[in-house]
Structure formats: C-alpha cells, structure tokens
Design a protein around this ligand. Sequence first.
Ligand SMILES: Nc1nc2c(c(=O)[nH]1)N[C@H]1C(S)=C(S)[C@@H](COP(=O)(O)OP(=O)(O)OC[C@H]3O[C@@H](n4cnc5c(=O)[nH]c(N)nc54)[C@H](O)[C@@H]3O)O[C@H]1N2
Ligand SMILES: Nc1nc2c(c(=O)[nH]1)N[C@H]1C(S)=C(S)[C@@H](COP(=O)(O)OP(=O)(O)OC[C@H]3O[C@@H](n4cnc5c(=O)[nH]c(N)nc54)[C@H](O)[C@@H]3O)O[C@H]1N2
Ligand SMILES: [Mo]
Length: 776
Amino acid sequence: MNKPSFKPYRLPAGGWGSAKSVGNILRREGVLASAPLALSRHNKVDGYQCNSCAWVKPASPLPFEYCENGVKAVAWELTAHRCTPEFFAEHTVTELRNWDDYHLEQPGRLTHPLRYDAETDKYVPVSWGHAVEEIARELRAVEDRQKGTVFYSSGRLSNEASYLYQLFARLYGNNNLPDSSNMCHETTSVALPASIGQAVGTVSLDDFAHSDCIMFFGQNPGSNAPRMLHPLQEASQRGVPIITYNPLRERGLERFLNPQSPTEMLTGKATRISSQYHQVKAGGDLAAIAGICKAVLAMHDEAKANGGAAVLDEEFIRDHTHGFESFVDWLRLQSWDELERRSGLHRADMEATALVYGQAKAAVAVYGMGLTQHQAGVETIRMLINLLLMRGNIGRQGAGICPVRGHSNVQGQRTMGVTEKPELFPLDRLGEQFGFEPPREPGYNTVEACEAVLRDEVKAFFMLGGNFVRAIPDHGQMEPAWRKLRLTVNVITKLNRSALLPGEISYILPVIGRLEIDVTENGQQVLSMEDTSACVHGNRGLRKPASPHLISEIRLICELAKKVFEPNPRVRWDDYQRDYAEIRREISHTLPDSFWDYERRMWEPGGFQRDLPAKRREWHTDTKRANIVTPRGLDEDKDMPDVGHDSLRLMTLRSNDQFNTTVYGYDDRFRGINNTRKVVLMNRSDIDRLGLKIGQAVTLRTVAHDGVDRQLGGMLVVAYDVPIGCIGGYYPECNVLLPIWHYAEGSKTPAAKTIPVTVHSEGERVLEPQLEYATG
Ligand SMILES: Nc1nc2c(c(=O)[nH]1)N[C@H]1C(S)=C(S)[C@@H](COP(=O)(O)OP(=O)(O)OC[C@H]3O[C@@H](n4cnc5c(=O)[nH]c(N)nc54)[C@H](O)[C@@H]3O)O[C@H]1N2
Ligand SMILES: Nc1nc2c(c(=O)[nH]1)N[C@H]1C(S)=C(S)[C@@H](COP(=O)(O)OP(=O)(O)OC[C@H]3O[C@@H](n4cnc5c(=O)[nH]c(N)nc54)[C@H](O)[C@@H]3O)O[C@H]1N2
Ligand SMILES: [Mo]
C-alpha cells in the first residue's frame, strides 16, 4: 500500500477524476468488458434500479443515468471475484477479524450457504435445507418472542421482500423490525409527520426545475447522491441561488463538471454550485435556521412598517398553519449573540440567506445526515419546516422539503411496513387480510435492539442484508455482546464484519442481488423499489446469478416461514415465492391508496408517486394543519461537555470511496486524502492549540461519564478547513467512539455527527497507516 498523502483537490466534482475512478474500479472487479452493457439498463424503464443511493430516477433519463458511485456499486455486485468455501477453509474467523472492511469484501461474492463451526473456528458449507431447518427450529424455540428475537434489515431490500419480512415478524409475534433507517432518516420520520402529516418529503424532481432558491443543509451530493448534481447544475445555470450550510466545504457543493458532457469535459468549464456557503458548526443548524427565520421575520416587519409587500405568506399561515404566533414570540426572544455563538456563524450570514430566501417565489430545502444524526435532529428538521412554512413553501410547485434518503430502497422498505412502530402501518388491515392478530406492542429500533443485546435478553438476531454490527455505535461493547447470542443469521452478498462475530449458532446465507436474473418455476421475476421522491419503479435483473447456489431473499423468507408457522390458507408462501406478482397483489390490498394497479404502474416512466397529502396542502396532523413547532430551546447537544477547549465535536463522515461499511478504496478524492482512512480532519488553530503536528498520530478518546473507555488510536492529523472545535473522521472506523446512548431525542438515531472527544498525541512518531483492524 502506498504512503498516505494529503493534497488539496483543486478540480471540480465529476470531470476526468470521475471518469478515471470509474475505469479503475471496472478493471479491478474484472468487469470492464461486461459492465457497460449492464449500465445501459441502469435506472431505465424495464431495467434495474441503481443499488447505490435513493436519488430520484427521472422519467426521461439521460443516455447514461448513472454516476461514478453508482458504477462502483454496480461493479461491486457484478464483480468477477468469488468468495468460495475454499476461502473459508483457508482462514479462521479469528484471523479474518483482523482484516479491515475493504479486504473482507475484496474476495468477492459469496457463493455457498455456510455454517460456523466453533471447533475449527471456520465457516463450512451447509445445504440450504439444513440451514432453513435449523434456523426455523431455533426461532421456534425462543421462549419470549417479544424480547428474544430481532429481525434487522438494511434499506437495499426490495418492496416485495420487505413486505414478506414484516409479515413474517408479525406472524411470529413481534414488531422488532429495526432497520438501517433507524440510524439514518428516522429523525425525518419522526419530525415530518408531526409537522406536515407525512413521513416523507414533498419534493419531486420536477420541483428543482421550478425552484428559484435551493438550500442545502448537511448533505453531500458529490459523493452520496451524485446524479443530483445534474439538476443542481441546471438550476445554477438558470441563475438559481444555491445556499449551503455545511461545516466542510464539500467539492460537489462548490463546483461540478458534468462527465457526460463532451464540451464540458474538453473545455474544463465547470459550473459553480453554491452561491452562498456557510461553514456552520457541527450541530449548529438549529440556531442557524432559527437565525434565518428571525431575519425573515425582521424583513417582514420592516416591509410592513414601510408599507411594502409582505415577506411572510400571511394567507397561507392563516389558512394552513398552527402555532405561528407562539413561534414568532419565541423568535423575538432569541438573541443574535446566542444564535451566533451556537451556530458558529455571523448574523450577517443568516441575514444573507434570509434576503435571498425572502425574495424567492419557490424554495426547496434539502438535507441529509448533517441534520438527522444530532441530538437535536428532530427539532432542527422542524425548524427547517418552520422556515418553509413561513413563506408557504410546502404544497406548491418548485418548493418543498427534500430529505435525501440513503439506501436505494430504504424508503420503500418503511412503506412496506418494516418498522418497529406499529402505528405506522395498517395492522388492522394486515390482520384481517391474513387472519391473525398482529402484535401491537412497539418493537425495538436499532438502539433498543442493541440495548436488549447488552442486557442478554436477545437470543436470535436475524440480519436480512447490511452489516449491522459494523454500522452501529459502540463497537467495543457490542462486539463481545454479539458473541453471546444463541443464533445469528447473516443474509448477505459479501463477507463483512458482522458475520465474523458468530453467536453460538451462526449462518452466512448468500443471496441473489437485484441486478441478477431471478428465475422461479414461473419464469423470471421482477421487483420494485421506491426512490427518495416516493416514486415506485420496477426492477428487472439482467445478469446470471454469481453462483448457482444462491437463492432470493424472498424464497428464503418463504422457506423459513413454512417451517416456522403452522399452515394458514390465507398466507400463501408457495404462491409468493413462485410469483412475485402475488406479493404485489397482497401489498395493493394492504395499501390500496398508493398501490392500486401496481403491476402496471411500476413500469411507467419515472415510476408512480405514492399519495402525498402535504403536496396538495392536506395536513394529516393532530391539528389538521401544518404545525409550526416552537422548539424547547436551542441546546444542540446535552451530552457535549462544556469543558472549554479540550473537547471537540467529532463528525463521522463518508469518503468518496465507500458505500456505508463497504469500502471501495482508501482515497477520498474530493477531500485530497489518499491511501488511508485513518485520519482526523482538524482546524489548523486546534492543531496548534493542542500542540499537535500535521501528519502526527493521535488517539481520540470519547468524553463520557459512564465509566467505559472508548478510544481509537493511530489516527493521522490532517489540517483541514473545518470550523474551530469541530473535527472529522470516517465512519465506520470511528463508531467505536460513539456511545450507544448518544442519540437524537425522539428518534434515537445515533448522534454520529457530534461525538464529544479529546485528542491525544501519540508522541513524535509519524505512523504508517495501520492495515489491521483497530478496535481501539
Ligand atoms: N457513494 C455513496 N453514496 C451513498 C452512501 C455512501 O456511503 N456512499 N450512503 C448512502 C446512505 S445510507 C445515506 S444515509 C446517504 C448519506 O449521505 P449524506 O447525508 O450526504 O451523509 P454524510 O456523508 O454522512 O454527511 C453529510 C454531510 O453532512 C455534513 N455535516 C456534518 N455535520 C453537520 C452539521 O452539524 N450540520 C451540517 N449542516 N452539516 C453537517 C458533512 O460535512 C457532510 O457533507 O448517502 C447514501 N449514498
Ligand atoms: N458513525 C456513523 N455510523 C453510521 C452512519 C454514519 O454516518 N456515521 N450512517 C448510518 C447509516 S445512514 C446507515 S444507512 C447505516 C448502514 O447500515 P447497513 O445498511 O447495515 O450497512 P451497509 O454497509 O450498507 O451494508 C453492507 C452489506 O450489505 C450486504 N449487501 C449488499 N447488497 C445486498 C443485497 O442485495 N442483499 C443482501 N441481503 N445483502 C446485501 C453486503 O454483504 C454488505 O457487506 O449505517 C449507519 N451508521
Ligand atoms: Mo443511510
């Protein structure tokens, strides 16, 4: 491995850097020749839906409707490499636990079902029949089904598999359906319903074309939703102001060169993206957005006093909202000093935003993990809604709230009822439809599932996709606890760390990916997914499965169900696994408002949009109006100790070369970091103040009073343009520092964007980055 290096990246996002990176990964995965054909069906009607992010799939796609990171995700699934039983015969699980995330997935697609053999400490091949038999027996044997079994899933699962999975859990007897969304946009799912009466955003792709002000809070499209740069580029070229609040200057939000435009590629003429860029303090958005609201109010007052036109949408506020007066009273009480201190910005920054926003006819607010993964995340999102509501920016063309979902079908999965919250799904109808009494007790979300594991209450942990133990907080505590489980089942496509923490009985069950052809007795089957704008699309696989021993997630659920449950003529597992249209028929029955004529509409260009009442200003809230919610205070993080300069706010970030815990490589091109992920990005003045040196190795230690020592060593100091007091490191390496009890109030989304830490020198030595896995 080459030496780590740090060199600021001067080029725009996209461009030749992107083209080169795409070539490299296709070559490395051995799919340079075969991938292009597949990619011609990427995000197309009758093609497959990208397995990377959930960004909108347009009705009239570009000839190449994919991005650098979409190609990486496709190459990752189509790879020519195979992780076979021979691989597992050569390596013990203990040995593999020393490998890092990148090296674990490099051997390629898993080919056989495997069972952990404690005697040899190795995974050995097993037949599907045996696996299903034993897992079903263990699931049946769990005494307390409410507390003892957890059904995790990651947001890549199709609608069809998700629907069957929640049905399985509910027939089994619990709502323990934590999913990746609990670590992600759960904050959104809690904030939005109380404010606007629906859990999803209100913006369609088309709104970007009609907006005249786009605001970005804590979302990094250049790495995490790159196709979004196209509508942003168009907007910028139309002269639309784009205003960004982000502690880091993210390249994709600064400049973009469209790699699909020959002219741009040849002339190197990039488009400016953000017209205003405010480097807010981590967690400072609650104060910053409140400041913008305050400035908008002041503009309104002034205009009224001078006989000018109203800045607030008075008619909308009167006819459609609730809580406006108390919010205004609260705003007037907030002092600029306090807003400046908490946001780390100047009053003039917030006023500059208000000035542009206050003049815009239609404004969109986009946000991501920079808002959701904070203790005050729920209040912050409600504040953002307040800002929109003040000027009637919901339920009108070109305007709205746009949470950018992460996993490609995380939104569809929730729609299908994969949720620990029984009130979010029509359980009455489900019970009637299938002739059973669904459990009504709330289930575990991710944090609660972890707490239950730590309490030794959980016996069986079923993981349908994802890399749960690596994605969650507190590795130092969770990993040993995992080993004490009776049953762990990893339904995955590539080897990951969760599978290397076997319980007493442990399985790796490899499945077919969505790019692959899924054939049953009834012929080739298709799937469906929902994107971040609530549009549902069909998905048709096109490649032969990676191994003849793979089965689909759907078939696995059905086979297991037939062994776990007594026969019930209303639940036709055999039909579902033969013909996925049968599953869609059941979905239409449970959710008739959105999923009528499902079979046909999912192939419409652009998909079909789910019913979104807030889009037509119909408010399904307690007051039957859009609620303008006054926050309880401006405190962004009560766990953040006030010990002056010593403790810093650690934000855990994604590099441009990863998809969550899947690490494609050790470069973060846009941030100029090469050949390592063990870095801590720090403001120059913090480095000096703490007596550190650039390139020096340091240990990060969490500031917490629960007696647990959480630390991570061998981190190289990189001087970076981040606000004083804020530092950045990569997820999942830094998760060892995140306490399980540090989460967003109301949603329990781990507060991964403000971990209170101190930084300690490891001496003069400048370390080589360590390849070994660092448990801290
Ligand atoms: N290529 C690629 N695509 C992905 C993923 C991936 O890992 N790789 N992951 C997918 C998933 S599951 C998700 S959820 C999304 C995640 O996509 P994003 O929501 O973009 O998530 P992050 O990269 O974690 O962080 C987002 C941004 O928040 C900023 N930030 C941090 N703290 C704060 C703060 O306090 N305030 C503000 N305003 N900004 C802050 C960071 O600087 C960063 O630019 O992307 C999805 N798409
Ligand atoms: N500190 C910190 N922690 C975080 C975050 C953060 O920003 N900071 N982000 C959080 C967020 S937003 C999320 S969404 C979670 C992600 O949590 P997860 O969704 O659990 O994790 P992934 O890394 O996406 O899962 C990768 C694994 O999924 C499996 N896989 C891939 N494709 C398929 C498939 O088609 N079928 C099946 N069955 N398996 C498949 C592969 O084996 C791969 O190893 O992490 C969260 N954790
Ligand atoms: Mo996510």
